[in-house]
Ligand binder design. Structure first.
Ligand code: KIV
Length: 270
């Protein structure tokens, strides 16, 4: 039986997200600018200003060179466009390597943007930092499993949770990060069973990307899900729109009309 879904009418808070666990799957997409954030406003519970923008928006091969300044600029734009979803700021690589630096940067994010939470990648080694941040009033989503910021160190994007030992270690890390105060956990690129087991072990919601249906919610990168990013398409990406073809068709029509002096006709002229 499919459930009837409705637009979101009220501002989503950290508490709203926590209360959805076990009740209703949580929807999240990325956004990088006000134009698209406005389109997504009221449609999903959460928007992630992901450092994936370094690839899909800026054209780099990975996320690692995104800077705090760039992420702040994009988050300000997203906050200008979307008023209802909980906005999450993705802390870029190298901006949370120790407690002091992480807190200084997170405070800057709260001061300069309206983001309600930050996301940081890392397992058990980040527990101290998550605890320090949450004790100082920062709402944190922990991101475990495949961590794109580790792509150079790991030599590629590796699916996690393939062995019993790996699953066990993921569960240990997830529980420790929850205890440290994370209010939600993003599970990326892992076997569905591993993500399902982590979800069952936690009392905070899990948001999956390439982690199967057993999570408390799902996130997709908007340019992937709407078919704008063509460099590569991971298995987990479902395309809900062929955006690239729509744009090309529109541009082709525009070019033909300009070349044939059909645009602008009197309807579009003063
Ligand atoms: O940067 C991003 O868009 C992300 C998603 C892959 C979850 O972290």
């Amino acid at each position: 039986m499919s459930i009837q879904t409705a637009r979101i009418e009220k501002k989503v808070s950290v508490r709203t997200i926590q209360k959805l666990k076990g009740k209703e799957p949580i929807t999240m997409v990325t956004a990088y600018d006000a134009l698209f954030a406005q389109l997504f406003d009221g449609e999903v519970e959460m928007i992630l200003v992901g450092d994936s923008l370094n690839m899909s928006f800026f054209g780099k091969d990975d996320t690692l060179s995104a800077t705090l300044d760039q992420m702040i600029y994009h988050t300000q734009a997203v906050c200008n466009g979307a008023k209802l979803p909980l906005i999450v700021f993705d802390m870029p690589f190298g901006t949370y390597t120790n407690k002091k630096q992480a807190l200084e940067n997170a405070v800057r994010v709260y001061r300069e943007t309206d983001a309600q939470a930050i996301k940081i990648e890392g397992g058990i080694e980040k527990v101290g930092i998550v605890e320090h941040l949450t004790r100082n009033g920062i709402a944190v989503i922990a991101h475990i499993g495949l961590m794109p910021q580790s792509v150079r160190a790991e030599g590629g994007y590796m699916i996690k949770g393939k062995s019993k030992e790996e699953v066990q270690n993921l569960i240990i890390a997830a529980k420790a990060l929850e205890k440290a105060g994370a209010f939600a956990m993003l599970l990326e690129g892992m076997k569905s069973e591993a993500a399902h087991n982590i979800t069952k072990e936690l009392s905070i919601p899990t948001i999956g990307i390439g982690a199967g249906v057993g999570c408390d919610g799902q996130v997709l990168v908007w340019s992937d899900m709407f078919g704008f990013f063509e460099a590569f398409k991971p298995k987990f990406v479902k395309q809900y729109l062929d955006g690239a073809t729509l744009i090309r068709n529109g541009l082709e029509q525009y070019r033909d009309e300009v070349k044939n002096r059909k645009f602008p006709d009197e309807n579009y002229s003063y």
